[in-house]
Design a protein around this ligand. Structure first.
Ligand SMILES: Nc1ncnc2c1ncn2[C@@H]1O[C@H](COP(=O)(O)OP(=O)(O)OP(=O)(O)O)[C@@H](O)[C@H]1O
Ligand SMILES: [Mg+2]
Length: 508
């Protein structure tokens, strides 16, 4: 049996926590090997050890049968190991090509040979079907393209073994299809892949084998054709997981959010929201379905004060909140679970405890006469961390050191706990494991039953269908249809989202 990678009995500790305890992972040449485990189980840590970002306290790593010491990412690169991180590591103001060659620039007479670099990038992108615009700046391109840049970056450095840390969490369904195709091409060209994902469907679809870890310990490796999503879920969580959420019919009450004839432009002054009308009542969950880029982000930014409204009105409980500052919108009674947790959700270098009161620290009991009361803050944070099962060594740990999914759970806990009138949940379960998704879905339904209005934005049609009481379909900047989940199918929703089927909007 030829293994390209063997990680044997790896142990990695952080202050207060053993992130990897005696984990073994063996990857065969030419396979796609899934790494599965709950949020905080230790997946990213294990991969960071393989990529030379962390040194293990114990254990051995073999590459193609030879024992190696991977002291830093340059050594990993030389061994043919490349990594696409959970949170991208690109320089925003650099071009695609500049990012790809960063640190390995081809030189001619002492200066960077950008022509040569562009040619090589072009060649690789053709070979693997990785569409990019070599001259575009990172900040101007889609998340999907940024990810392709990260993949090209590893290939440019000669990677033979690619580590993908939750690549599909940030992608739209269309982009996921493309990535899966790209992974297949990579395998055909002789590469091996380690794939971290929480989406069991993806494991079933593309992976050959799957190694499961739980709370830092290895549980075992299974052949994917011999298993099923239920078994995988119970292996990783250690109990049965239900995939659909039970809920009673909604009891909608008064109108909480009313949007009238709203128009919003994006950063390039293109009309993204066009004459949009939408109502969300207290006590109901309205799912916003749509293909990415049809104005959903701009709509949510406009409601929450992050983007200017061009014309039209946003009303909360009968009062206009149009063009208020984000803080005023928050104080008016809106909670926001943002799509981009790093840009809007957390202050990464603050302790997680302080992050739990980001919206409320200037109020009693967390401050008095302008002085912060840390005891109150940390007591609240401890309670929330407990309730939402945020796995962290302590409340004093910096937000940056939490695993991706635990950062997300912390934001959800903070936003839901404020008892707002309206919760805007944008991709709330992005990056969460199946158990955590189940929990968050239950929470959102509970909030609905307490009489909150919930506006849910999700690219996952399962989630929209399972959770929504009413689905509003957004296409081309407006709501083109409103349907009840029980009266529709994913196929029909797909057609509505593609704009190929129109229905009169407006019915409640
Ligand atoms: N740099 C760090 N300093 C301190 N603790 C850390 C650091 N990196 C990770 N940890 C801790 O190690 C544990 C494992 O984290 P890791 O990021 O590996 O989880 P994960 O399996 O990738 O989870 P997720 O699915 O949420 O991304 C967590 O408890 C996390 O808080
Ligand atoms: Mg991770």
């Amino acid at each position: 049996m030829s293994y390209v990678i063997e990680m044997l009995n790896i142990r990695k500790e952080f202050p207060g926590i053993v992130a990897n305890d005696n984990i073994t992972l063996q990857v065969k040449q030419g396979e796609i090997h899934a790494l599965l485990g709950e949020n905080g189980a230790g997946k990213s840590t294990l991969m960071n050890v393989l990529f030379g970002l962390y040194q293990p306290e114990k254990g051995e790593i073999k590459v193609r049968g030879e024992s190696v010491k991977i002291t830093d990412p340059n050594v990993a690169n030389r061994l043919g190991i490349g990594m696409v991180h959970q949170h991208f590591m690109l320089v925003d103001t650099f071009t695609v090509t500049e990012n790809i060659i960063l640190g390995s620039e081809p030189r001619k007479k002492g200066t960077v040979d950008i022509k040569k670099a562009e040619k090589e990038v072009e060649r690789l992108s053709q070979l693997y079907g990785l569409r990019v615009d070599p001259k575009a700046k990172i900040r101007d391109i889609s998340v999907g393209m940024q990810q392709r840049v990260e993949i090209l970056k590893t290939l440019y450095r000669g990677a033979e073994i690619l580590i993908f840390d939750e690549p599909t969490a940030v992608l739209t369904p269309q982009e996921i299809k493309e990535l899966i195709e790209i992974m297949r091409v990579l395998i055909r060209e002789g590469k091996s892949i380690i794939l971290i994902t929480h989406k069991l469907k993806e494991i079933m679809q593309v992976c050959d084998r799957c190694t499961v870890i739980r709370k830092g310990e290895g549980i075992g490796t299974v052949n994917v054709p011999d298993t099923n999503p239920n078994e995988l879920a119970s292996l990783m969580v250690g109990r049965e997981v239900t995939f659909s959420t039970e809920k009673q019919p909604a009891q909608p009450k008064e109108v909480t959010l009313a949007i009238q004839d709203l128009n919003v432009k994006d950063a390039r002054h293109v009309d993204m929201v066009k004459g949009l009308n939408l109502k969300v009542n207290a006590g109901e969950i309205v799912g916003l379905a749509g293909v990415d880029g049809n104005g959903q982000s701009e709509l949510i930014e406009a409601i929450t004060g992050l983007r200017k409204v061009d014309s039209g009105e946003v009303m909360l409980n009968g009062k206009s909140i149009t063009n208020l500052t984000p803080r005023k919108v928050t104080e008016a009674g809106i909670s926001h679970i943002p799509q981009d947790r790093h840009r809007f959700g957390l202050v990464l270098d603050f302790p997680i405890g302080e992050n739990m009161v980001l919206q409320t620290y200037h109020h009693e009991p967390f401050s008095k006469k302008g002085v912060l009361r840390y005891k109150e803050i940390y007591n609240k944070a401890k309670a929330l961390i407990e309730e939402y099962d945020v796995r962290t060594p302590s409340v004093y740990t910096k937000a940056r050191a939490l695993s991706g999914g635990n950062q997300q759970k912390a934001i959800i806990g903070r936003e839901v706990d404020r008892s707002p009138d309206l919760i805007i949940a944008a991709q709330p379960t992005r990056g969460l494991d199946v158990g955590a998704i189940e929990f968050i879905h239950k929470k959102l339904i509970e909030e609905r039953d307490k009489g909150r209005a919930v506006l849910l934005l999700s690219f996952e049609l399962d989630e929209i269908m399972n959770l929504s009481d009413r689905i509003a379909v957004m296409f081309g900047g407006s709501i083109v249809a409103e349907v009840k989940p029980e009266d529709t199918t994913e196929q029909e929703l797909g057609l509505l989202m593609a704009g190929s089927k129109q229905q009169k909007a407006g019915g409640q």
